[in-house]
Design a protein. Structure first.
Length: 660
């Protein structure tokens, strides 16, 4: 996937990208080739990272949550809650200011009596409505609402009244906030935002200065995590972060622009410079595909990124596994993992949504089997550096976009070298049959110390079946969630204690089947050079059934089956009531206030339900709530749409009304 950077229609929600071409030649730009080659040579040699976000924090929720405010059931939380108002947002290079004040916690149930449509004003990624609350003494407070509650009973919200005391918070507070909330909705703070202050001393009674504050947080369930720079092994830190002024071999080959504060090694240019990769006359041979969504990685995920074989001991301080590589697929056609139909976006009944989504794209792909040509210029390479470059040409490459979906699998099939005098040599042997080129003995002995790394990388590039993002299904009375998050919550969820991953507790038929009271959690196993299938995960698209809570308050699972919407999803599943004010909600409210009851008070039975639906439809009395009531009763009575055409029409009628 080598796309023109501009979509065909910038205004469209779902973007279409044409292949990047010059005339009728398809092109992968030199910058993309350069980055891929540099990364490959770094992996093979175990070199230093070219770049690292120093401000990034690794956050694995919910284990990183820490309540900022009183809670008798949780040890170690602060005795009091503290809010502040952002006066001037800071950043990683500039300080900011906040206004201190008085903070109170009030039950959401009490606030609802004084603030109309409280839940409508809860913050989302699209809106954040400022709210005020006037107490019995006539004092006005700003309201800090949290997200939509799962269980509203006992839910408390924050009230803030500024005292006019302004304090400055240094750059570290703001950069740490941005690092912790990098992948969250509220990654940037604005003037007027209310933020929670984590006190340095949990028994703190008042906050008066910066020294009293440990961190600033968006919500009372603050984010802890650990800074990435604390986990990266010292020997792979970017050269620009190392005080000794030295550089790694790959950095020495591809160039570096160090940080301004380091003067020991100034900027220097690359000695390896790839050109554009040209696929001649391939512009009219592209294949247009609607692709599966490509999401940013979540490096905080312990189950994927931490190197700890004992899953009862894994925790946020476990070391990182190493360099990340992407696997390749042997599947084609309808099973190809890059297709939207294979790994798309799913609705509330677990059915595939329309492929024309904002989160994915349609793109022209350079067709499989097409050969391109690339020129790499280099100068002043010694024998070891040249051997490393040739070693990189002896393994498979991954180029262009869509690499996590199995796209971009390439192989160097022929090399010729032309020196500055125009002499041509062929420095690598061709094995034939499209296999990797072979290093000559002259250069092979110079990279013999990298044999194990090269073998491991070769294994990682062997195409496999079922190249998929983890995915599972969870169901409740409102909806079926079919997504990667469901898999992680079930199979790789951190324990509430500091160490380990949760197991699945079994009962009934599932316990008999697995012959154990527990199913172990999963983490990506370390790949072995002799086992290309050793990193498989299990539980894909499975749904838990017969779930109950034991006397020890453990969640017990009685069955697990492959999710089938026709069997496991109710036809009237919706993601809860729409609490916002709109035309339909106002119409329903007027119907409820009408002097005539919106529907008959006659008890619904299996015998009369068909007649009642017909009569109420004729009188236009079927509200969305009534339609959902009928659908639920039909499910209870065992009535299905396949019984007859009459019932099929009634199901369609009710579902259309229920969706309004």
């Amino acid at each position: 996937m080598s796309c023109n950077p501009e979509p065909v229609d910038k205004t469209a929600d779902h973007k279409l990208y044409k292949a990047l071409t010059i005339g009728n030649d398809a092109v992968l730009p030199a910058t993309g080739v350069r980055g891929a080659l540099r990364t490959l040579m770094t992996i093979l040699s175990g070199g230093t990272l070219g770049y690292m976000d120093e401000e990034l924090w690794l956050i694995q929720r919910p284990d990183e949550d820490a309540q900022l405010g009183p809670n008798s059931k949780m040890p170690g939380v602060p005795d009091r809650a503290f809010l502040a108002e952002v006066v001037k947002p800071g950043s990683g290079i500039s300080a900011g200011t906040v206004q201190l004040g008085e903070t109170k916690l009030r039950k959401a149930e009490d606030l609802k009596k004084h603030i109309k449509d409280l839940d409508y004003h809860r913050p989302t990624n699209k809106r954040q409505t400022p709210l005020t609350y006037t107490d019995f003494q006539g004092e006005k407070w700003k309201v800090k609402l949290s997200g939509r509650p799962i269980n509203s009973k006992g839910k408390k919200e924050g009230l803030f009244r500024g005292t006019g005391d302004i304090i400055e918070l240094s750059e570290a507070f703001w950069s740490t906030y941005q690092g912790r909330y990098r992948h969250a909705v509220h990654s940037e703070l604005k003037k007027g935002d209310l933020i929670w202050l984590e006190p340095m001393d949990p028994s703190c009674r008042t906050i008066t200065c910066e020294a009293d504050i440990k961190s600033i947080q968006w919500s009372r369930w603050g984010r802890r995590g650990v800074a990435l720079k604390k986990l990266i092994p010292h020997h792979v830190l970017p050269d620009s972060m190392r005080p000794d002024g030295g550089v790694d071999m790959v950095t020495n080959l591809f160039g570096q622009i160090p940080k301004q504060r380091i003067s020991a090694a100034g900027p220097f240019a690359a000695r390896i410079r790839p050109g554009n990769l040209i696929f001649f006359d391939a512009g009219d041979k592209t294949v247009t595909e609607t692709l599966a969504p490509l999401a940013a990685p979540h490096p905080g995920c312990m189950a994927f990124y931490r190197d700890q074989g004992n899953l009862d001991e894994i925790n946020k301080m476990s070391p990182l596994k190493g360099y990340k590589v992407y696997r390749n697929t042997s599947e084609r056609g309808d099973k190809a993992p890059w297709k939207y139909s294979v790994q798309g976006v799913y609705g509330e009944q677990g059915a595939l949504k329309s492929p024309q989504q904002k989160v994915n794209k349609t793109a022209e792909l350079i067709g499989e089997g097409i050969t391109g040509k690339l020129r790499i210029a280099f100068r002043a390479l010694d024998a070891d550096e040249l051997a490393l470059l040739y070693a990189a040409c002896s393994v498979d490459w991954k180029l262009g976009g869509g690499k996590p979906l199995g796209l971009g699998h390439c192989r160097v099939t022929a090399i010729r070298m032309i020196d500055e005098e125009g002499n041509t040599t062929y420095p690598m042997e061709s094995v034939g049959n499209g296999e990797n080129l072979k290093l000559s003995e002259k250069y092979a002995k110079r990279v013999v110390h990298l044999e194990n790394r090269i073998a491991l990388y070769r294994t990682s590039q062997i195409p496999v079946e079922k190249l998929r993002y983890p995915r599972a299904v969870t169901g409740n009375k409102n909806k079926s969630t079919k997504a990667g998050l469901a898999w992680f919550a079930r199979h790789a969820s951190p324990r509430k204690s500091k160490n380990g991953l949760e197991t699945i507790w079994t009962t009934g038929a599932l316990q008999l089947k697995v012959k154990s009271s527990q199913i172990k959690a999963q983490a990506i196993p370390n790949l072995m050079a002799d086992d290309p299938y050793g990193d498989q995960l299990y539980g894909y698209d499975m749904i838990e059934l017969d779930v109950n809570t034991s006397q020890r308050n453990q969640r017990m699972v009685g069955r697990m089956e492959k999710f089938e919407a026709a069997l496991h999803a109710s036809p009237h599943e919706k993601a809860g009531q729409n609490i916002s004010q709109n035309r339909d909600s106002r119409t329903a409210a007027r119907a409820q206030r009408s002097s005539e009851p919106p529907h008959s008070s006659v008890t619904i039975t299996k015998k009369n339900i068909g007649t009642m639906i017909t009569e109420e439809h004729k009188k236009q009395k079927i509200t969305p709530a009534r339609a959902r009531e009928f659908l639920k009763k039909m499910e209870e009575f065992g009535i299905t749409r396949n019984q007859s055409n009459k019932w099929k029409k009634k199901f369609k009628l009710l579902e259309e009304n229920a969706d309004k």
